[in-house]
Design a protein around this ligand. Sequence first.
Ligand code: COA
Length: 162
Amino acid sequence: MTSFREMRFDDLFKINSLVFDSLTEVYSLTFFVKHFLEFPGLSQIAVAPGADGRPMGYIFGQYQVKRNQDPYGHVAALTVSPDYRRLGLATALMDFFFMVSDLKGASYVNLFMRISNRAAYQLYTSLGYAHRQTFLDYYPDEPKPESAYELRKYVPRPMEVQ
Ligand SMILES: CC(C)(COP(=O)(O)OP(=O)(O)OC[C@H]1O[C@@H](n2cnc3c(N)ncnc32)[C@H](O)[C@@H]1OP(=O)(O)O)[C@@H](O)C(=O)NCCC(=O)NCCS
């Protein structure tokens, strides 16, 4: 059975096959290490059954608290191995992160995605995420940059009656 657990430093040396997907956000090793230290509990990995514990997918989440802004969760990276797609893994990872963000007090969860990434758009809209804004030429690809959608899903909260 698939198991889900918090990502560890040693997982970073096992996820190369996932990171090489052209639509997966790639960050430096330093970024990932800093990420673990700054946002403990916000990254999850799905691992296949078996002694070698093959990585099936992961999510890197952040919790942002900025001055004069509502706190929010941010999905920095989400990917599922091509061998394990359409099994609900991304849905499970996103649901986990939304729940944790809610528990921490986030107003919403957001993410950025390439506008050409139809699978991701379909996934996120099926989970209730909606288009918030478009950032032109956000991804500095050569020879042509690509724009990004910011998608958001708000955490339902009871209204305060004045
Ligand atoms: C996008 C991605 C994360 C989806 O992962 P997944 O585990 O296959 O997604 P799920 O099984 O949870 O899919 C849930 C729903 O999303 C939609 N969906 C997922 N992949 C899809 C695809 N290739 N085409 C159309 N819809 C898709 C479907 O509505 C699906 O429900 P269904 O299978 O009942 O039809 C995966 O394809 C991936 O890792 N892509 C490369 C990296 C990437 O694009 N990451 C997101 C960057 S913003």
